[in-house]
Design a protein around this ligand. Structure first.
Ligand SMILES: Nc1ncnc2c1ncn2[C@@H]1O[C@H](COP(=O)(O)OP(=O)(O)OP(=O)(O)O)[C@@H](O)[C@H]1O
Ligand SMILES: [Mg+2]
Length: 338
């Protein structure tokens, strides 16, 4: 690695305007250190795939500076290609070949010799537990098997940086967890740097050391999951009542606390927030309001999830205002409590 040194990925003011005028990426800057799993989150059309394609040299940026492993993605594109592995959002396997042939073909493109290819396939076959599936035609593979093969193929040539665009889409919970383990293992064994685009917040929380949330071509927040929760998430108070009657009684009283917002109301639970009141103060306020009038089973503070933060930050704010917090409340109504 050369150039800027420590950063495996470094993007400065990256912008991509497609020929039709679509500004898909709009002045984005971020960097990823070696060995880090970096999560890229954002709604459909946010510009994630466009960004990843530029990092992988498949697409030229309109402006901005981007290096991968110290190499410039425009001026040193072939160097970049040597050190990266890529799994695309759209499946890109040859259906008419067996799994093994897909791996061999890829390895030959990277100039690996026959002996090395055999060794590497044996190694990956063990790691991904392929068994004899490798000798079947890809056309007969299940979705999970295809995804696994695509990831195996992307690391055949032992890259330093791996790009995964929604690697676990459409997989069942078991297969997804397995793939997570493989990804974590690869990072541990190889100090692989991984750039992972995903729509699954849980996936980002499980895998990623850092995340960036993208919306409409811009990065709206970045940091570790904990940092984001602390910075953007608002805590709420969850109150459980012994019966629906008690809950209804309590709601009528609580609603008198000026400015209070009912976030969710389900079964015998109520979740509330106050935009301008510290949670401890709010808790005391509720206690005082309900004291000797309503029976409460439990009252506790609920910390925001990364999903809460994500929803608030990527709320469609067209139509003006700074309104994401208000929008966030609306959407949060539909989410589960706990
Ligand atoms: N070749 C293209 N020409 C014109 N516009 C494009 C092209 N490719 C993508 N776009 C547009 O650029 C924007 C960003 O698309 P991109 O595929 O990067 O989003 P994404 O964040 O990966 O979305 P998803 O989560 O749906 O995969 C979208 O509005 C998309 O329609
Ligand atoms: Mg995409």
């Amino acid at each position: 690695m050369k150039g800027k040194g420590k950063m495996m990925i470094d993007a400065r003011n990256l912008t991509k305007v497609y020929p039709n005028g679509m500004r898909a990426v709009d002045g984005v800057s971020f960097s990823v250190k070696k060995g880090v799993i970096f999560g890229f989150l954002g709604p459909n059309g946010a510009g994630k795939t466009t960004t990843q394609k530029i990092l992988c040299t498949l697409l030229k940026p309109t402006s901005g500076e981007v290096t991968v492993a110290g190499y410039d993605v425009v001026r040193e594109a072939s160097k970049v290609r040597e050190v990266i592995g890529v799994v695309f959002q759209d499946p890109a396997l040859d259906e008419k070949l067996t799994g093994r042939e897909n791996l061999e073909y890829h390895a030959r493109l990277y100039g690996m010799d026959g002996k090395e290819i055999k060794r590497r396939i044996r190694e990956l076959s063990e790691f991904f537990e392929f068994g004899d599936e490798l000798d079947r035609l890809v056309a007969s593979y299940s979705g999970g098997m295809r995804r696994k093969l695509e990831i195996a193929r992307s690391v055949m040539h032992d890259p330093d940086v791996l790009f995964l665009d929604e690697p676990t889409v459409g997989l069942d919970a078991h297969t997804r967890r397995k793939l997570w383990n493989y990804i974590l293992e690869m990072r541990k064994n190889r100090k692989l740097t991984i750039f992972l685009t995903t729509h699954y917040i849980e996936e980002a929380e499980r895998l990623c050391d850092e995340v960036a949330i993208m919306n409409k071509g811009r990065i709206v927040a970045g940091g570790t999951c904990d940092e984001l929760k602390r910075k953007f998430g608002r805590k709420s108070i969850l109150i459980s009542f012994p019966s629906l009657e008690e809950k209804e009684k309590a709601l009528r009283l609580i609603e008198n606390i000026s400015g209070i917002r009912i976030i969710t109301e389900r079964d015998r639970d109520v979740e509330v927030q106050h935009p301008d009141m510290d949670e401890i103060v709010l808790m005391r306020e509720i206690q005082n309001t309900l004291l000797n009038r309503v029976e409460v089973v439990e009252m506790r503070m609920k910390f925001p999830s990364l999903e809460d933060v994500y929803v608030e930050l990527t709320e469609d704010t067209d139509g003006g205002g700074s309104g994401h917090s208000i929008g966030g409340f609306v959407v949060r109504r539909m989410m589960h409590v706990g």
